[in-house]
Each structure stands twice: as structure tokens, then as C-alpha cells.
Design a binder for this molecule. Structure first.
Ligand code: AMP
Ligand code: GLY
Length: 434
């Protein structure tokens, strides 16, 4: 097919992914006058209403290439980390027929910042970026690992080196439990390939927040901060989830604190990409912890957060496609980021049982009666005109407010109107900020 879109200076855009993050990307991109046709692969019931969903998996690079060529796509925006760690950007660059297409997301070597905890720790140390002290171990050095644990104070932080679907970090209070866990990860391959190496870290005590940075590889722009709520239970108890809610901005991130983040963490990170030849056009998600008055890095992710995107992008006033284009062209320095002064919050509705076993295929009702909030669909699909649950995290209800308390209240009021069998959500998002 001819690539007619360029004639009008607009673009055909493909978003990869199917969560609330990708619905938010689609919502923001669909508002842009620079977007001609918008595709999402595989997408969900939310993206189906504003874009064309294509039933292709995010790691099926050959099928993605075919789609890109058939539909004359000019830009691919990668949502999740998996295809980045698997080298989707490199796949495009190495193919003559698609190398000219913009891919938003770092190349494979740079995606190792999320793909390998050890790689990330070495990067942080090399560039003197504040982070927890650590050592890493393999099956061969497990005895040294036990000895290292003995030198540390509880709690003990053990991290599988590779991607482990968000489950690879284990924090234990008891030394013997920590040793047993180390053995289970290294010797018994608890997380398979992902735990052939294990990073043991100093425990950092503080409150967490996330910082999101856009980069074209040289220039950077900082997006609003956000705080997410990872635990399933109220009062931050129970199992870890992908995220149960988020708030932006983070009330305790004062200008002085944000300045420390920029000077001590963001600048050396972006400069580090250059120094280490890590080609990076994309989003940098820096997981931070505030220890005393100082920020330290917990982790890098090479993508936006979910559900943080559902509160960060709604506060961005700019045309998102203009920003993405500047990222791909290396002209991010020409963009002035404009942020809505209002707070944004989101509450995640999940299937009962999540993050353990849960049922799917439940009809979600009441969406049309939502007022003054934005329902970002996540694990939900359209079937015969009905919105049905298809995952653990089902829908994120985002609201604006002059304060985050006001925004949260609006989200909870709208959630009252929504229903699906065994719907669950945290009723205390923001509880720790008062
Ligand atoms: P990660 O997958 O690296 O983000 O780790 C998951 C969670 O474990 C983080 O969000 C923190 O809550 C916690 N965590 C990770 N590393 C540390 C650390 N060094 N000290 C305290 N908590 C940590
Ligand atoms: N909400 C945390 C993440 O996206 O990893």
C-alpha cells in the first residue's frame, strides 16, 4: 500500500500492547492532529473504540512487520518491555524494508537496563548514580552468597537477574529464609533462566516514587512524577501486583527534591547512555526511593509504568505525537513540556483473586454512566458489543482534581456505578500521603 499519510504531514501509528497504559497512549495519540490512522496490536476494548485493533502478539515481529508494510505505518510505539528486551527496535533497523520507520523504545543493548538487574546495577555504579549497595551471585558462587547475606542486616533483598513477570524480587526478614530463597533461585532455578544470577542488595528504607523521562538519546524531558500502589491489600499489605492505583504529582516531591533527582540521577543516566553506547529513543521509568531527603534508584524500566501512565499522560498538555516525533528525530530540545496543574489519580479495578488465580469473561456494566472520570480499559475485551473482563487488572478509573484527594473522590464515586462479578479494588489509594 502507498504511504499516503506523509503527503498530509500526518502519520499512521501502531501501538504495541494491550493494557491500560496502551489505552492511555491511544487516547492521547488519537487527540493529535498529526495522527492519521491509529492501530493497536493486540489492544483491548478501550482501544477498539478509538483505534483499529489487530490481533497480533507484541513479540511476533514478522507479523508486526507485515502489518507495518500493509498499512503504511510510520511509527511504532512500544508499550511493554518484552519486545524491547527481545530486540524489536534492532529488528526494524536490520531490515531494509522497515528501517526507516520510527520505533519508540530503546534498542536491545539498552533494554538490558530492565532485562538484567546486574546490568542495571553495573550501569548505576559506573556512572555514580545513587543506589543500594549490592553483589551478584550464580550457582557456582552460592556459598559466597550465603556469606554475603551474613554481612547484611535484615531485611534481605534478593532479585532474580532477568525478567520474571514482576515476581523476581523477594524481601525476607530472616537470614535462614534468605539463604533458602537464594538456594531456591540459583540452584533450583525458581525463576528459570531469570534466576541463573541473583543480585543481593542492601535494603533501603523509605517511600517510593517514580520519575518518567523522555529521551531522544541526547536530550531529555522530565514528565510529572507519580506514585503507584503495588500491593493488593489496603495499607500496602499482601502480594505484589502490577499496580492498584496511582497519583500524580507526588505530594512529597518538592522542587528541591526534584532538582536532586534531575542533577544526581536523570542527567548522569542520559549521559551514561551516550558514554556506554546505549541507543535510547524512548521512555525511561526510574523507580526511586526517598531515603531521608535523598533519592536513590531502585530500578530502571525501559517503558512507561502501568498504571502510572494513566495519571501522567492525562496531565501532559502537549500534542503527544509532536513529542514522539521529536524523540525519533533527535529534536526533543525544541519541545517545551506543558503540564496540567491539576492532580490526576487512578484506581485499578481487578478481578477477584488477582494477583493469584481469577476468573475471566465477566461482563462489565455501567461504563456509560461514568461522569467526569476517564475509564482506561486494561484486561478487557469487546465481545458481541459487550465489554468483558479478560485479565487480572481490568480497568483504571482516572480523574482530575484540584487536589489528589478531590480526584480520588471522583474516581471512587464513579466506581460505584461500575460492576462486574467479583470486582475488587483498593479503597485506600493515597492513604500514606496525608
Ligand atoms: P523492583 O522489581 O526492582 O522494582 O523491586 C520491586 C520492589 O521491591 C520495589 O518496588 C521495592 O518496593 C522493593 N525493593 C527493591 N529493591 C529494594 C531495596 N534495595 N530496598 C528496599 N526495597 C526494595
Ligand atoms: N506500575 C509499575 C510498573 O509498571 O512496573
Amino acid at each position: 500500500m502507498k504511504r499516503e499519510s506523509n503527503k498530509y504531514n500526518t502519520m499512521n501509528i501502531l501501538i504495541l500492547g494491550s493494557g491500560g497504559r496502551e489505552h492511555t497512549f491511544a487516547w492521547k495519540i488519537a487527540k493529535s492532529t498529526k495522527c492519521n490512522q491509529l492501530f493497536v496490536a493486540p489492544g483491548n476494548s478501550g482501544t477498539a473504540q478509538i483505534a483499529t485493533n489487530v490481533n497480533i502478539g507484541v513479540n511476533d515481529f514478522d507479523a508486526i512487520k507485515e502489518l507495518v508494510l500493509n498499512e503504511g505505518i510510520d511509527m511504532v510505539v512500544v508499550g511493554p518491555e518484552d519486545p524491547l528486551v527481545n530486540g524489536i527496535h534492532d529488528y526494524f533497523l536490520n531490515d531494509e524494508t522497515i528501517k526507516h520507520i520510527s520505533v519508540i523504545g530503546p534498542q536491545k543493548v539498552a533494554a538490558e537496563l530492565e532485562g538484567s538487574k546486574e546490568f542495571a546495577k553495573e550501569f548505576l555504579y559506573r556512572h555514580n548514580i545513587p543506589t543500594a549497595a549490592y553483589e551478584s551471585f550464580t550457582k557456582e558462587t552460592v556459598e559466597k552468597g550465603y556469606a554475603f547475606l551474613e554481612t547484611l542486616k535484615a531485611p534481605y533483598v534478593l532479585k532474580a537477574d532477568g525478567l520474571a513477570a514482576g515476581k523476581g524480587v523477594v524481601i525476607l526478614n530472616d537470614l535462614e529464609d534468605a539463604k533458602a530463597e537464594l538456594k531456591s533461585m540459583l540452584v533450583d532455578a525458581k525463576f528459570g533462566e531469570a534466576s541463573t544470577k541473583v543480585v543481593i542488595e542492601e535494603f533501603l528504607d523509605g517511600i517510593e516514587l517514580s520519575c518518567f523521562v523522555l529521551t531522544d538519546g541526547t536530550n531529555y524531558k522530565i514528565l510529572p512524577t507519580a506514585k503507584d500502589y503495588k500491593r493488593i491489600g489496603e495499607g500496602d499489605t499482601g502480594l505484589n501486583t502490577g499496580g492498584m492505583g496511582a497519583i500524580s504529582p507526588v505530594p512529597f516531591a518538592t522542587d528541591e527534591f526534584l532538582n536532586k533527582i534531575e542533577e544526581r540521577i536523570v542527567k548522569p543516566t542520559i549521559n551514561g547512555f551516550k558514554k556506554d553506547n546505549l541507543p535510547y529513543v524512548g521512555f525511561v521509568f526510574i523507580g526511586l526511593i526517598k531515603v531521608g531527603d535523598d533519592p536513590k534508584v531502585i530500578e530502571y524500566n525501559v517503558r512507561m509504568g502501568d498504571p502510572e501512565t494513566e495519571v501522567v499522560l492525562p496531565r501532559l498538555k502537549n500534542d503527544f505525537v509532536e513529542i514522539l516525533e521529536a524523540m525519533s528525530k533527535g529534536s526533543l530540545d525544541k519541545i517545551d513540556i506543558e503540564i496540567d496543574e491539576r492532580a490526576a489519580t487512578t484506581i485499578m479495578l481487578v478481578s477477584g483473586g488477582y494477583p493469584e488465580a481469577y476468573e475471566k469473561g465477566k461482563e462489565i456494566t455501567g461504563i456509560e454512566s461514568i461522569q467526569d472520570s476517564i475509564p482506561f480499559h486494561a484486561g478487557a475485551l469487546l465481545k458481541d458489543g459487550k465489554v468483558m473482563t479478560s485479565g487480572g487488572r481490568v480497568m483504571a478509573i482516572t480523574s482530575y482534581g484540584n487536589t489528589y484527594q478531590e480526584a480520588i473522590k471522583k474516581s471512587y464515586q464513579n466506581i460505584e456505578k461500575l460492576h462486574f462479578d467479583k470486582m475488587n479494588y483498593r479503597k485506600d489509594i493515597g492513604f500514606d500521603l496525608n
